[in-house]
Design a protein around this ligand. Structure first.
Ligand SMILES: C[S@@+](CC[C@H](N)C(=O)[O-])C[C@H]1O[C@@H](n2cnc3c(N)ncnc32)[C@H](O)[C@@H]1O
Length: 387
């Protein structure tokens, strides 16, 4: 039976050995390597000369390559210090034309430590996610997400009309102001007119009824025809419009979401101590970030690898999303943070991160493996499942 694995050892040695049993296995790799901060964070050493860091990453990307499926996708997260080196390296090893996206992610808030040198330099709040495909079949799923609250609130101000009878044909539609409709339907009972509560309730109702909440905008084709009332118009190139007294009727439902772009500012990095066990303060990633990566480039049942396990975020998310996984780390926190975190996930006792979002209730299992070169434990690398 195929097993998920958490492996204690140097990821170069482990990945090199995995090539014998798991070549072409992984659909998605997420790498969150030491950023070369020049310091020693509480959990692991992070000081290398620039050329040493490049060599370290080159060896690991080369060892990863044979493990990836021909249409697999590799994500590597990094901050400003080594981003440029990493990009050149990934172009060299995976192919410049294989770069699917270079995402910029807002990874911290403008507060506390970040602001202590704000008079001398710009506070750093972003990181980079370089995403490469392994072959011409590699792709990222088209995803949409809810517009930012302030942008959406702006839209909602314009949409003030509701279709009372959307089940009828457009020429029969009866339009009402949302406020009138909500009052007459008893949906604002007990809510004072003109109060903040009324505004908020109306906004909620607009989103709930977005398929029939509408707004008028200019449209040259419809202006030329200037039809009275409401009617359906098919343009010469076959596009369907609803004409509303010479203007175009827009539906709120078509403007709530937007395509996911390569600028991610919506992922919260606050309260990460509530995700997983232990502190791992400075480099733990939010489960929501890994959830997005896995949604973009994998499906249930796929194999995921994270050679820089840290607190076990990728494995925890992969497990909750029904993917199979292998994760590797060479430091003690694999035992004191990642393993207890994954034990809790399996036992259904991890209430943090994406648990509620995906309805995770526990289940599955994993093996804890000592790579022989790391000393101790049995060598069970060969137990990584065959296709
Ligand atoms: C930036 S942290 C990863 C954090 C992780 N993404 C999380 O959310 O908790 C980098 C991790 O790589 C591990 N690491 C560094 N060099 C390694 C190596 N040669 N082999 C295995 N793990 C290594 C460190 O111990 C550290 O846990």
């Amino acid at each position: 039976m195929a097993e998920n694995q958490i492996i204690f050892g140097d990821n170069l040695e482990v990945m090199t050995d995995l090539a014998a049993t798991a070549s072409g296995r992984f659909q998605l790799a997420y790498l969150d390597p030491p950023y070369n901060t020049g310091g020693t964070p509480e959990d692991y050493d992070d000081q290398r000369e620039p050329d040493q860091w490049i060599r370290f990453m080159r060896e690991r990307l080369q060892a990863l390559r044979p493990l990836m499926a021909p249409d697999g996708v590799v994500f590597v997260q990094i901050d400003d210090r080594e981003q440029a080196h990493l990009k050149v390296l990934m172009d060299e090893i995976l192919g410049r034309e294989r770069c699917l996206a270079h995402v910029v992610i807002k990874m911290s808030e403008l507060s506390g430590v970040k602001m202590s040198h704000a008079d001398q330099r710009l506070p750093k709040v972003k990181e980079h996610l370089l995403i490469y495909g392994m072959g011409s079949g590699s792709q990222l799923r088209n995803m949409r997400r809810r517009k930012a609250p302030e942008v959406l609130a702006n839209y909602l101000n314009y949409y003030r009309t509701i279709i009372d009878n959307p089940e009828d044909s457009p020429d029969q539609w009866c339009l009402l102001s949302i406020k009138t409709w909500a009052r007459e339907s008893g949906l604002l009972d007990g809510v004072r007119t003109g109060s903040k509560n009324e505004t908020q309730r109306l906004q909620e109702l607009k989103l709930e009824e977005a398929h029939r909440v509408v707004y008028r905008t200019n449209n040259r084709l419809l202006a030329e025809q200037n039809l009275p009332g409401i009617s359906e118009v098919i343009s010469p190139n076959g596009r369907r419009y609803i004409s509303w007294q010479g203007k175009q009727m827009l539906f709120l439902k078509d403007h709530i979401d937007e395509p996911l772009s390569d600028l991610w500012t919506d992922l919260s990095t606050i309260n990460l101590n509530k995700e997983g066990a232990g502190s791992f303060r400075f480099s733990k990633k939010p489960e929501a970030l890994l959830h997005r990566c896995l949604e973009l480039a994998s499906k249930p049942g796929d194999w995921i690898i994270d050679p820089f396990c840290g607190s076990g975020t990728t494995a925890a998310v992969a497990h909750k999303m029904g993917r199979s996984w292998v994760t590797i780390d060479c430091e003690e926190h694999l035992l004191v943070q990642a393993k207890p975190r994954l034990d809790a996930v399996v036992a259904g006792q991890d209430a943090g991160g994406i648990t509620r979002l995906v309805g995770w209730q526990g289940g599955g299992r994993f093996q804890f493996v000592h790579h022989p070169a790391a000393g101790g434990g049995e060598a069970v690398i060969g137990a990584v499942p065959q296709n």
